[in-house]
Design a protein around this ligand. Structure first.
Ligand code: ATP
Length: 235
């Protein structure tokens, strides 16, 4: 594992207009890791991801991706470095077919997955090529949203609540896909409210409260920290 983190965030502040939302976030993600952001609603998890992508452009501090500073960089340039973002609302084109959704994403780096590889990862999408986005189930939409990003060649994937609102059997399938991506060498930072699910896939967890990171818990210490975690998450 290289010494320099793939993604290194330090003293990150971010603003929506005059609202100061992130107050000095610090975290790092190493190549090949699966890392989660845990925390109550409104803690700033989504804003952290949006700040990395440059969607929230009013930010100070430092976000380094493979050593390149992202603060001050335009959104389209961030994506071209090979960072893919799957927002909570999924971002698929619902009026287009599955196949159209899979062929439209711009390739940002060589090495994007082929449709055959996507089908191997998400068997639920096999045979659904001509189905319109709106006719997919929530789970299939989530799979398509991830698949679109994998087509681009991005190798750092930011997932915002990929399991939200999905049935347990679908959550299991998403979990298997994330394991498969990790085996293939992808690096994943994900927001996850369901820490039981997070425990089955992640190497480490950052806990956020009121716009900053208050704790980092390695996955093998999650059980020992369960009381603390319940307090953090208010569950
Ligand atoms: P959730 O699970 O509720 O999305 P979160 O930890 O991801 O929680 P954020 O979505 O990052 O939290 O929100 C952090 C804070 O920023 C909240 O107080 C929220 O109300 C505020 N916020 C989010 N989006 C905007 C926006 N577009 N304009 C102004 N304030 C916003």
């Amino acid at each position: 594992m290289p010494d320099t983190p793939m993604l290194e965030i330090a003293d990150l502040h971010a603003f929506y207009g005059e609202s100061h939302i992130l107050h000095g976030v610090g975290l790092e993600v190493r190549q090949g890791e699966v890392v989660t952001l845990l925390g109550r609603n409104g803690a700033g998890k989504t804003t952290t991801m949006r700040a990395v992508m440059g969607i929230v452009s009013k930010r100070t501090g430092s976000i380094r991706f493979r050593g390149t500073e992202l603060v001050g960089m335009a959104q389209h340039r961030v994506a071209r470095l090979g960072i893919g973002y799957v927002p909570e609302e999924r971002g698929i084109f619902s009026s287009l077919s599955v196949d159209e959704n899979l062929t439209l994403p711009p390739v940002v780096k060589p090495g994007g997955m082929t449709v055959a590889q996507i089908h191997e990862l998400f068997p639920n999408l096999v045979g659904r090529g001509s189905t319109q986005g709106t006719r997919l189930s929530g789970g299939e939409q989530q799979m398509l949203a991830v698949a679109r990003i994998l087509r681009t060649g991005a190798d750092l994937i930011l997932l915002d609540e990929p399991t939200e609102g999905l049935a347990p059997v679908i959550i299991e399938q998403i979990g298997r896909a994330i394991h498969a991506l990790k085996r293939r060498g992808f690096t994943i930072l994900m927001v996850e409210q369901n820490f039981r699910f997070a425990a089955t896939i992640a190497d480490r967890h950052y806990v956020m409260e009121e716009g900053h990171v208050v704790d980092m818990i390695p996955n093998d210490q999650l059980a020992a920290n369960s009381e603390k975690l319940h307090t953090y998450l208010g569950v």
